[in-house]
Structures are given as structure tokens and as C-alpha cells.
Design a binder for this molecule. Sequence first.
Ligand SMILES: Cc1ncc(CN)c(N)n1
Length: 247
Amino acid sequence: MDGKSKPGVPYDVMTDTWVKKHRLIYIGATRHPFILSIRDGTVDLSAFKRWLGQDYIFVRAFVPFVASVLIKAYKKGDESSGDMEVILSGLGSLNDEIAWFKQEASKWGVDLSQVAPEKPTQDYCRFLEELMRPEVDYTVAMAAFWAIEAVYQESFAHCLEEGSKTPTELQEACQRWGNDGFGRYCSSLRNIADRQLEKVASGSVPLVKVSEDAVSKAEVTFLRVLEYEVDFWNMSCGTDGHSAPKP
Ligand SMILES: Cc1ncc(CN)c(N)n1
């Protein structure tokens, strides 16, 4: 708690505070024009195919990142927290996700073996590699993990809300991240991140080696995730100045 909270009065957990504080960029990442174009049915299919190929590359890099978070959870040594089970379930879903990308690519005629990473994909994957380093705190890595998944969950769930005109052939993609089960998984990740942030902020984990500035590092990491996500969507639309949309 922040010391200002009153008994019985709900208070914001750290991730709520961040989302409110950085609302503009959060909205930029979760309500990007690419997502809005899927939702209103005007999406350029060449942009969707570009996103598909680039996201396949991203997801392959995301797997070792999640594995590195699993290692950090294990090293924390708190078996009763259930963190490892949540992270393991995420790794299982990523296995399905990779199979889905392959299937979807063949449906859309995208040859994944011929897709080269664009600069925003390379930059984002490099960022994931930085976060995999053993010296990166579990709290920081969890904050990134939650933010990465939450952006997709909120974005694609928006394409399934009532009134959306998402084309039928894209609904399965939206379901993948926009379904309720994925929403619950993201809440579990968020709870882990908030619990860690609370522990670090209150200094209640003297036996765990956490750096004093882990909370501010986690906030900066959260912001960087949002920026990378916006760049990734821009690239998909062809509005990043690196990749012109195919005619
Ligand atoms: C760029 C990006 N960000 C998030 C996700 C969700 N795993 C994803 N597949 N790709």
C-alpha cells in the first residue's frame, strides 16, 4: 500500500497507476489504427499478412523470453505462489500459437521461411533478449511479460465487441487473444506483477535480492513495451517509414 490508503477503500495497484499515468500511449498501443481497421472491417489484407509474418518471428523470440521468466520464478523459490504454473500455461499456449501461425500463413499464402524481420521486429526481439539476462529482476521481467500479453488481449478483444465489423476470416485471429480465457491469463500475469511490485515497493522482501529501483525500472520497461507495440503496429500498417504497403 502507499500509506495514504484508508481501510475499506479500494486503492490502485501499481499497474493501474501506470495505465492511468501513461494513458495516451496505452491507448495508442491498444486502440491502434491497425486494430481499429480490423474492427471496422476496412483492414488492408496485405497489412494483415505483413503483421502475420512479422508476428511469427516475434512469437518465436517470445518463447525463450517466457522461458527466462520461468527460470526467474523458479529461482525465487516460492513454490506456494503458483507463479510457475501460470507461466508454464503461457508456454503451452505459445506452442499452440506457433502452430496456428503456420496454419494461418498457409491459408493466406504467406511463406514464413521467406519472411525477413523488419527493423521494428528486430528491435523488439533485441529488447526481449536484454530482458532475458539473469541480472534482470523478476519484477521487471514480469511487468514486461504482462504488458506484452495485455496489449494483444485488449486490442483483439476490442475487435470482438458488440458492434464490431471484423471480417469473418479474421475473427479466429481476434479470438486467439481476445477470448475470455486469455483475458483471465492476463489478469493472473498482472496479479503476479502487482504482487511483486508491492513487495519491492514496501521493502517486505529483505531476503530476496531486489534492487532499490526495481519499481522505476519496471515502469520504464512497461513504457518501452508500449512503444515497441506501437512501432510493431505501425510497421504492420506500413506507416513506420520502413516498409511501404504492397500494392
Ligand atoms: C508484437 C506482439 N506482442 C504481443 C503478442 C502476444 N503474445 C504477440 N504475439 N506479438
